[in-house]
Design a protein around this ligand. Structure first.
Ligand SMILES: [Fe+2]
Length: 309
């Protein structure tokens, strides 16, 4: 597969017009310098803590629905993520490319574990959950690379956002007659730690798989307010005090005061986990531990009381 690593430094001259141009031409842009080294290290410290243990018995930890990846609600990693995702330089590029105001769709931490399996095929978004002309740019998805990323990187078929799309059609690359042509345009988007990758969601994309290398990214997206009636794709959890440094524009862009098209509990990180066999086993185990803990405490209290007599 070809590689694409042409980044735009946000401190360079005319960076913004170059970034918008790259999105228009290729459908993707790599922005360097949005997130500082210090901030990305702080995000990594928190992400690594979350990814080291599962969420259970009140402990903050990762979610894991299958063997291949760990996930977590992105904004719950703290204000560094809230501020980076809603960075105004990035918002400028996205809003100028889409030509109007946007609202955040979703935001999550994804740790692909590198088990050499293809579980997430290349696809494009057909605007099944938005209103309006889907053959015009309506949304940009984005990633922040949490480490230098080469093997297992995000891949994008350059210029494939120009292809005509039919709303609501499941657009998996493998099902397309012209897949060979699109595959030729597929590029691995190679980036450094902290790079902010933005892409037109109508283009074909997905992670490089199968690979033996793990990958850790923040994944999110923005869509036009007018195409979504100012509603995010899902209910997005956040710690209220983590919004203290945001401007009114950033608050508006992450969806404060807006609605949602999907429920918090139906989001893919959470949905269906309570009906699987593995969950039933884990649930029984946890309830047994809690029951035994209660019994042990009762015995200790009983002995303490009676030995004093
Ligand atoms: Fe996607």
């Amino acid at each position: 597969m070809n590689s694409y690593s042409e980044y735009i430094d946000v401190k360079s001259k005319d960076w913004q017009s170059k970034a918008i141009n790259s999105l228009s031409q290729n459908g993707v842009v790599i922005l360097r310098g949005i997130v500082s080294e210090l901030v990305i290290d702080q995000i990594n410290n928190k992400a690594n803590k979350v990814l080291s243990n599962p969420s259970a018995l009140g402990r903050i930890g990762f979610y894991q629905k299958d063997s291949y990846k760990k996930t977590y609600d992105g904004f719950l990693l703290g204000k560094e993520v809230v501020e980076s995702v809603s960075d105004e330089n990035a918002l400028d590029v996205i809003e100028k490319y889409l030509k109007d105001k946007v609202i955040l769709n979703e935001i999550f931490l994804k740790n692909d574990l590198g088990y050499n399996i293809q579980y997430f095929p290349y696809h494009s978004h057909t605007g099944s959950d938005v209103e309006g002309d889907v053959n015009k740019p309506f949304g940009c998805a984005a990633l922040i690379y949490l480490h230098d990323t080469n093997e297992g990187a995000f891949c994008y078929a350059l210029k494939s956002h120009h292809l005509k799309i039919e709303r609501g059609k499941n657009n998996f690359l493998s099902k397309r007659q012209d897949r060979k042509e699109i595959e030729k345009k597929m590029n691995k988007i190679i980036g450094k730690k902290g790079d902010y990758v933005i892409f037109d969601e109508r283009g074909f994309h997905g992670p490089e798989q199968p690979v033996k290398t793990s990958r850790k990214v923040l994944l999110f997206g923005y869509q036009l307010k007018k195409y979504t009636n100012n509603r995010s794709r899902t209910g997005i959890p956040i710690v209220i005090s983590d919004m203290e440094n945001l401007t009114d524009r950033q608050l508006d862009a992450i969806g404060v005061g807006g609605g949602t098209r999907g429920l918090y509990e139906d989001y893919h990180l959470r949905a269906s986990s309570d009906i699987t066999k593995k969950y039933t086993v884990v649930n029984t185990f946890i309830k047994t531990i809690i029951y035994l803990d209660l019994k042990l405490t009762n015995i200790k209290n009983f002995l303490k009381k009676n030995l004093k007599k």
